[in-house]
Design a protein around this ligand. Structure first.
Ligand code: SF4
Length: 435
């Protein structure tokens, strides 16, 4: 058996030492009366509220921590006269500020533009519940939903038509008759396919949790232990290792079961001489990872080793093509052509059939997002910056299967094509009789 793999530290932020974000409840004062309010909000500011100068001293401390984003919340931040001064001060210290105002008459279009001019980079406004009645009841103020839209001048609002039931659409139209609802098919998906630096960092953090969990599991793999036991143990290692939840149920598939790309773990014992496939992911700060490794329990036979090496070369061919595209500054390839590169390598080898699924998928808040890399992917250039999986496989029905899956971060403007999954892709032999 190979020695325990060390997962190297990542560049950029160290999430073991610095938080993703810091939140300042900047005031207790708010004109709403939400049922869930834990701030014991009241219309008048608390006498012990931090002064402007004390607030600036707090911002200085946050600036020293290099926190990616600093949220001004409340109460209602707009109840503070000095809110714009505090935003400006934080921005002067290179602190990225987000503000979460309450939907009251203070939230005007002018107020929103003033926050933007002061330097706020994000604005969070809550819509609570599936219809205006629920929102208004929840927030304790009739008409709050309609005011929320009208307050920042919304005349046309794009809605995810595929995700909103017709009954809810009708209620929204009735609640704000002056606002036109527009079906926005694919808009959100296209925006989510392009990732900010913060999003990439979060996906990388989720990858690191998964990397460490599998590294910790390796010494526990031995013949006789069941797929179900190993899946459960891997879940435990992710949950205790920094995951807020799983990205999806762990797949642990031994021997012939590894030939099923969508199989589930069972009470089947791991056998010496068989492959063992793990497909799993963690979620950290709302963002997900997805990786697959196929291990060998005991020394592999020549056929299984050949299958593994062919899949590894197929994956590397796709990654090499992506790397060349960003390095040479040529046009970004489309998802269909990248899939074809990986698929053709297996076809040229000629010994085994290529995978029937797609080569990869985008990932972020959901496990499967745009872009798609597959035979049916559109012939449009991949977005950038973006993150997607590259996961070719070979499946020999009733015998064995191999899939290798890593997440790739692509940023054409920066000339970057990085693997976010850092767990080794070498042939790994675990706890068999031969190890
Ligand atoms: S908007 Fe926030 S602070 Fe105001 S009452 Fe509601 S939960 Fe409390």
């Amino acid at each position: 058996m190979q020695p325990m793999h060390q997962i190297p530290a990542r560049g950029g932020l160290n999430y073991d030492e610095a938080p993703f974000l810091a939140i300042w409840e900047i005031t207790q004062s708010c004109d709403l009366a939400c049922k869930h309010c834990r701030a014991a909000a009241q219309p008048i500011a608390h006498p012990d509220q931090l002064t402007t100068e004390e607030g600036k001293a707090l911002i200085d401390q946050i600036a020293d921590m290099h926190v990616p984003i600093f949220v001004f919340t409340g109460g209602d931040p707009l109840k503070r006269q000095d809110i714009y001064e505090l935003i400006r001060y934080a921005c002067s210290k290179d602190v990225k500020v987000a503000v979460t105002p309450s939907a009251t008459p203070l939230l005007t279009r002018e107020a929103i533009f003033k926050m933007k001019e002061a330097g706020a980079v994000r604005l969070g406004i809550s819509l609570d519940g599936s219809c205006p009645e629920i929102h208004d009841n929840f927030r304790g103020l009739p008409g709050a939903w309609a005011r929320l839209l009208a307050s920042h001048g919304a005349k046309r609002v794009g809605m995810e038509a595929d995700a909103i039931p017709h009954g809810l659409w009708t209620k929204l139209v009735e609640a704000a008759p002056d606002v036109e609802l527009v079906p926005a098919d694919g808009w959100v998906e296209a925006m989510r396919a392009v990732k900010t630096r913060d999003e990439v960092e979060r996906i990388a953090a989720a990858c690191a949790v998964a990397d460490r969990a599998l590294a910790a599991l390796l010494p526990e793999i031995r013949p006789g232990v069941t797929e179900h036991d190993l899946a459960l143990r891997l879940e435990m290692l992710m949950r205790t290792g920094g995951a807020e939840c799983l990205a999806f149920d762990v797949a642990c598939l031994a021997g012939p079961e590894a030939a099923l790309p969508h199989g589930s773990p069972g009470d089947r014992p791991v056998l010496d001489g068989a492959v063992l496939l793990f497909d799993f992911g963690a979620q950290v700060a709302g963002y997900r990872s997805d990786m697959t490794r196929t291990l060998f329990v005991g020394e592999p036979n020549a056929r299984d080793l050949g299958v593994y090496e062919t899949v590894a070369r197929s994956q590397q061919a796709a990654i090499d093509a992506l790397t060349a595209a960003v390095r040479d500054g040529v046009a970004m390839p489309d998802g269909k052509s990248v899939d074809a590169i990986a698929r053709e390598l297996i076809a040229r080898d000629g010994r085994w059939p290529a995978y029937g699924h797609g080569l990869g998928h985008g990932i972020g808040l959901a496990t499967h997002e745009e872009p798609r890399l597959s035979r049916s992917a559109p012939e449009t250039r991949l977005p950038s910056p973006t993150v997607f999986s590259v996961e070719p496989g070979i499946y020999l029905e009733g015998e064995m299967g191999v899939r290798i899956e890593d997440l790739v971060h692509l940023d054409a403007a920066a000339g970057v094509c990085d693997l976010l999954t850092l767990f080794p892709r070498d042939v790994i032999v675990v706890g068999g009789a031969a190890s």
